[in-house]
Design a protein around this ligand. Structure first.
Ligand SMILES: *Cc1c(COP(=O)(O)O)cnc(C)c1O
Length: 220
């Protein structure tokens, strides 16, 4: 789908006062495909793999894009992640909070972080349990090198829309609680190509769209 059409569709589903932001998910997409979207005005891109992202961030540095990590982060890659990303959306344990804060270069703005929540309690998924959000948030706000911006989730791709809707709604409730405690919290990242209208209806402020924008991903 062309960028302009996707942006229009997102804004049609969004509250008039605050359209959801589009994060273009560019994992496995080559740098020229990203540059082409940037030329059309897309600013924020999401990557899943630190090594792959590092190469593209370096290549595309002159474009001044905003880079988000949306894939699982291993602690031993936290040093690279803290240097190359503007946002890390997958903070799900205390160890990462300390590692990212320690490695964020002093000359850069604070690293924006989202806490990833395993909202459907799936064994196979990363993300913290909903009850762990408060403790993680409290640790993040103590770090001047980090800025807590909100929550991220990848709900189970349940075939029943009603089940996906309740997962999004539970995220919204967690988000509202967090935002009432911390004024800088403004981002609820949920919804992908297959379900972003539903996610926006339930309160997403950022949607992460790959396939619908770039077409099928090349295989790794
Ligand atoms: C790949 C990915 C997306 C985008 O998925 P599409 O279905 O291609 O839109 C969004 N979020 C995360 C965390 C992903 O890994």
């Amino acid at each position: 789908m062309p960028l302009a059409a996707l942006v229009r569709e997102i804004s049609e589903h969004s509250p008039a006062s605050r359209p959801a932001r589009l994060l273009a998910v560019s994992k496995l997409q080559p740098a020229p495909a990203i540059a082409a979207l940037a030329a059309q005005g897309q600013q924020a891109f999401g990557e899943n793999y630190v090594q792959e992202a590092a190469a593209k961030v370096a290549t595309l540095a002159p474009l001044g894009l905003e880079w988000h990590l949306i894939g699982h982060l291993q602690s031993n890659k936290a040093d690279i992640a803290a240097r190359i990303f503007d946002w890390v959306q997958t903070v799900d344990r205390l160890k990462l909070v300390g590692a990212l804060a320690r490695h964020r270069p002093a000359g850069l703005a604070p690293l924006n972080v989202l806490i990833q929540v395993n909202i459907d309690d799936e064994d196979s998924k990363h993300g913290c349990h909903p009850e762990e959000v408060a403790a993680l948030a409290a640790a993040i706000v103590l770090e001047p090198a980090l800025c807590l911006r909100g929550l991220m989730a990848i709900p189970a791709p349940h075939p029943e829309q009603a089940r996906r809707r309740t997962a999004f709604a539970r995220m919204r409730a967690l988000f509202d609680t967090l935002a009432s405690q911390y004024p800088q919290v403004d981002t609820l990242s949920m919804g992908m190509s297959g379900d972003f209208p539903l996610a926006i209806a339930e309160g997403a402020t950022m949607v992460r769209v790959g396939t619908a924008l770039f077409g099928q991903r090349p295989s790794p």
